[in-house]
Design a protein around this ligand. Structure first.
Ligand SMILES: [Mg+2]
Length: 175
């Protein structure tokens, strides 16, 4: 099946954080606190997805207050930090929401994402992903993580679902 065909059934997009929602940079201040840089267009993309019935979840190996703040701002309910084993969390979300794994997309960049990508119906990678991760992916973004890759991913899924044009029309005539 092509990525477009798989995308039609997707109800849940699981996002990694570092290297996907960020460029992978970890900024340490002189007290050892980490800050991260997110892309504002990914934020609107996530809001668009939510409004179109495509839920976004964040499952990340690290646990950072900066990420918790960004995720909270975006209204992401399914936020699961501190999980280097991501498949059990994805299975648990699916059980709770009565979703099939074929209805799940996963956007990753590194080896920690491999097992989750093998689990879901639509494995996706950012263009800056490790080569093994790109090889597992049915679809690869053209822009890197932290530079609008999540936005591009969401646009791809919503286009495949035939929802994108209507969303654009709504924004075009929003005033
Ligand atoms: Mg990552």
């Amino acid at each position: 099946m092509t990525a477009e065909e798989r995308a039609r059934d997707i109800a849940l997009l699981v996002l990694d954080v570092d290297g996907v929602l960020t460029d992978g940079g970890l900024y340490y201040d002189d007290r050892g606190r980490i800050s991260k840089r997110f892309h504002v267009q990914d934020g609107l993309g996530i809001k668009m997805a939510q409004s179109a019935g495509l839920e976004c979840a964040v499952v990340t190996g690290l646990n950072s207050p900066a990420v918790a703040a960004r995720v909270g701002e975006l209204g992401i309910v399914e936020y699961h930090p501190g999980h280097t084993h991501k498949s059990p969390i994805i299975r648990e979300i699916c059980l709770r929401k009565n979703l099939e794994l074929t209805q799940v997309a996963y956007l990753g960049d590194d080896w920690v994402d491999a097992a989750a990508m093998r689990l879901v119906g639509l494995p996706m990678a950012v263009v800056n992903a490790q080569p093994e991760i790109k090889a597992l992916a049915t679809w690869v973004s053209t822009v890197p993580g932290g530079h609008g890759a999540a936005r591009e991913t969401i646009a791809f899924i919503l286009q495949a679902q035939g929802k994108y044009a209507a969303l654009w029309e709504k924004w075009l005539h929003a005033d």
